[in-house]
Design a protein around this ligand. Structure first.
Ligand code: NAD
Ligand code: ZN
Length: 351
């Protein structure tokens, strides 16, 4: 078992990473909560596969268990589904000492986390992430949210879980496209902070990766945890986690979020911006080639077939802009990243 501690004073919590963890979460959650009721929030794909195991473990630990299931997919991550979760929590008689268990991918964790942050002005919650993306990214760091028709993640909060339990075993049922999608974020961590992780990914390739998954996921959680500890509310350093994301968001948006997944768009973003910054002399020669080879190894795309102008336009609309400036993340070399403020008129140079 691997463990990672996220040190946030009174809000400190532990991430446990192991095989077959689902069947033993009950006593672990019991040790954190005096509550009577544990509510599992899950989606229509994950629920039928794993909710029973978690329910049995929670019941054995003395909880009364309720299960709330919503239709899987990003289109459910909205105020309407959130209100159905509130209604179910109220109907179950949940009080401030009870606990909510988010069992699923990033959609489940984000929405159940926001429900926990706001129901009765905040109840305890734990994360059991079931996608690679949720394990290495969305379940760590305390950002919870739902989407509005006007844009993604526009209503949310910073609300830390009491614990995160990562059961590697559940990845066996994950669709390969979602697996590689999450590996794009894993590659991102190697790029920005961890040359050894990058090398491990180069050496193993996707076929051997399952045996290293606990170590790989722990490495990612450690990087994110350390950054979140220094910048919990995303006002500075946390921005390096956006490597490849400015262009990635532009690509996702250009195709109306239905051609490239988030990880695929970020892969194109990482390759594109590094090629531009290597050409401009900011990045060690050969870095782009290594990134491209690794992305290809993990079945991720290197280009998205949209014009430089389309990308530049979308970047100019990016929500992270401030006035005429935009902060982008560049690599000095594999494992070392830095932030650079650029003027809008220079956006094309980085595409
Ligand atoms: N809070 C954050 O810091 C943060 C960071 C990154 C992304 N996000 C959010 O995460 C979301 C994307 O997360 P995601 O990619 O995990 O999407 P998701 O939750 O929709 O999961 C992807 C699909 O896989 C299915 N699934 C999940 N686990 C499974 C398993 N073990 N076996 C079989 N099927 C399984 C789901 O039902 C879904 O259909 C977005 O809404 C994004 O905004 C949040
Ligand atoms: Zn991302």
């Amino acid at each position: 078992m691997e463990t990672v501690t996220v040190n946030l004073g009174k809000k400190t919590y532990t991430i446990e990473i192991a095989f077959n963890l689902l069947s033993s979460v009950g006593p672990k959650i019991r040790a954190l909560s005096k509550g009577e009721i544990a509510v599992i929030v899950t989606d229509s794909n994950v629920g039928p596969l794993y909710a029973k195991t978690v329910e049995a473990s929670l019941k054995a630990a003395g909880f009364k268990v309720e299960i709330i299931t919503f239709a899987a997919g990003e289109q459910s991550k909205n105020l309407h589904t959130l209100s159905t979760i509130y209604a179910a929590l109220a109907k179950a008689g949940v009080t401030r000492s009870d606990v909510l268990v988010a069992l699923g991918g990033g959609v489940t964790g984000d929405m159940a986390g926001l429900a926990a942050a706001t129901f009765l002005r905040g109840i305890d919650f734990v994360q059991i992430p079931t996608t690679v993306l949720a394990m290495v990214d969305s379940s760590v760091g305390g950002k919870v949210a739902v989407d509005l028709p006007e844009g993604k993640n526009l209503v949310g909060a910073f609300y830390q879980p009491k614990a995160v339990y990562i059961d590697i075993e559940v990845l066996q049922t994950l669709d390969p496209r979602f697996f590689y999608d999450g590996m794009s974020e894993v590659i991102k961590y190697g790029c920005i902070n961890d040359p050894a992780l990058f090398e491990l990914l180069e050496k193993t390739g996707p076929k051997q990766v399952p045996q290293y998954l606990a170590v790989i996921i722990a490495a990612c959680c450690n990087i994110k945890a350390r950054i979140v500890e220094r910048d919990e509310f995303d006002t500075g350093e946390r921005m390096v986690l956006n490597f490849g994301h400015t262009l990635g968001h532009a690509i996702e948006k250009a195709y109306n979020y239905n051609k490239y997944s988030h990880g695929e768009a970020v892969a194109v973003g990482m390759a594109t911006i590094t090629a531009a910054s290597e050409k401009a002399g900011f990045t060690k020669a050969g870095t782009t080639e290594r990134i491209k080879e690794l992305l290809t190894l993990y079945h991720l795309p290197l280009e998205a077939g949209i014009t430089e102008e389309q990308m530049a336009d979308a970047v100019r609309l990016d929500k992270k802009k401030k006035g005429h400036e935009l902060t982008i993340v560049l690599l000095k070399e594999i494992g070392t990243s830095f932030l650079k403020k650029i003027d809008f008129k220079d956006v094309n140079k980085y595409i």
